[in-house]
Design a protein around this ligand. Structure first.
Ligand code: AMP
Ligand code: MG
Length: 397
């Protein structure tokens, strides 16, 4: 049985970078730049401008009464020059008139009959100098994460209308089991709704990939093999769920072995001990456990980092905190557990509480959880008062 680290290393070793595509900037949110460094072609801002609605003047002329010689609006082209002893009314974002060096905000000035009375002013006040954000020629490095609205804004301000981004990894999703019917279809005796197809598609999207739906596989070896083969033909990797254990109707592991090669099929992790990993047609194939909680937790631990690696990102992109636990939460002493908890601030630190039943079929505690509490191998339960690592889901706290 592999440790979590050994399994993750083997899975990450199978990662290949996806190709890139050029997209208009307004379709790039959440995408990953092929190169996170861009060379600025222009200064930002491109010209000195006013940070306030007010009056443009020379600091040397204040305090005093100045003739108002005109008005400069944002976007009104090249501004008029300012003559000594006068002022120009100016709007936020309008270019600083040649000759002016300072802005006095509207609320600090009193204008009547074409004359404005201004108090003493500090040279350069409320002027945004050219290149305040970025100088032309500068190397602008963006965070190594999917593009946020702020990063998109930086690119737009630099005048970049199209960017080269990594293609989203295509992930074929295969649920297995004779008992499964799709949500929206009434259940017959002994049937349950297929939770994993929709859940794993959502997890793929959250990790930056694109899910490719396959019909659920019946518990039949030939049908399972056909769908695994179809999945790797249509996608960059295949993620199956169910059918990886030692039951007589578990055919996923067998399909990997027959069509390609199996690397391992068990991990010292709870939930998720039966997890098959191998390759078919040169593409990674991961058989997650069938229980929906196990499937989603092991996706988080093993598939999410793989998809990120294929996008050129490192790690799992999650924050971790140390959290105190005041309860005794039981676990398998042999395996590292990832318990579903709610983490909250508690004074200087954090406290974690169980989000509900820890059974691997109990989905609602997973939905309620904002973190997975990492309880190491070698102990049978959390010790009240002890602190543990908590992996924050969704990057939240
Ligand atoms: P298995 O690994 O196939 O033996 O499945 C383990 C448990 O997970 C069984 O109770 C299955 O009914 C359940 N299960 C497997 N696949 C799914 C699925 N796609 N949605 C919901 N439950 C599932
Ligand atoms: Mg099954």
């Amino acid at each position: 049985m592999r440790s979590v680290e050994e399994a993750l290393d083997a899975i990450l070793a199978s990662a290949t970078l996806t190709s890139t595509e050029r997209l208009p900037l307004d379709r790039c949110a959440g995408r990953v730049l092929a190169s996170r460094t861009v060379t600025a072609a222009i200064d930002v801002p491109p010209f000195a401008n006013s940070a306030m609605d007010g009056y443009a003047l020379r600091a040397a002329d204040a305090p005093g009464e100045l003739r108002v010689a005109g008005e400069v609006a944002a976007g009104s082209g090249a501004p008029p020059s300012l003559e000594a002893g006068s002022a120009l009314r100016i709007m936020t974002g309008a270019p600083l008139p040649p000759g002016a060096d300072t802005i006095v905000p509207l609320e600090d000035a009193v204008e009547s009959d074409g004359v404005v009375r201004v108090p003493a002013a500090t040279l350069g006040a409320y002027v945004r100098p050219v290149g305040l954000d970025t100088r032309a020629g500068e190397q602008v490095e963006l965070p190594a994460e999917p593009l946020t609205p702020a990063s998109v804004a930086v690119l737009a301000s630099l005048g970049i209308g199209e960017v080269e981004v990594r293609r989203r990894p295509r992930v074929a999703i295969l649920s297995t089991g004779d008992e499964l019917v799709p949500p929206g279809v009434a259940l017959g005796p002994g049937q349950i709704h297929d939770a994993n197809s929709a859940a794993l598609a959502a997890a793929v999207a959250e990790a930056g990939g694109e899910a490719v739906a396959l019909p659920p596989a019946p518990d039949d070896p030939v049908a399972t093999q056909a769908l695994v083969a179809r999945g790797v033909a249509e996608a960059d990797l295949l993620v199956a769920s169910g059918g990886v254990s030692v039951g007589r109707r578990d055919h996923v592991r067998d399909a990997i072995e027959r069509l390609g090669s199996l690397d391992f099929w068990r991990i010292r992790v709870q939930p998720g001990k039966p997890l098959a990993f191998g390759a078919v047609a040169g593409r990674p194939v991961i058989g997650l456990p069938g229980n929906p909680v196990s499937a989603l937790v092991t996706f988080e631990l093993f598939v999410r980092p793989l998809l990120r690696a294929m996008l050129g990102l490192s790690g799992d992109g999650r924050r971790r905190v140390r959290a105190r636990v005041d309860e005794q939460l039981a676990k398998d002493p042999e395996r590292r557990a990832y318990l579903r908890v709610v983490v909250q601030r508690d004074g200087e630190g954090y406290v974690a509480r169980s989000a509900g039943g820890q059974g691997s079929s109990q989905l609602r505690p997973l939905a309620a959880a904002n973190a997975l509490l990492v309880v190491p191998e070698g102990i049978p339960a959390t010790r009240p008062g002890e602190t543990y690592d908590a992996l924050l889901l969704g990057g939240s706290e």
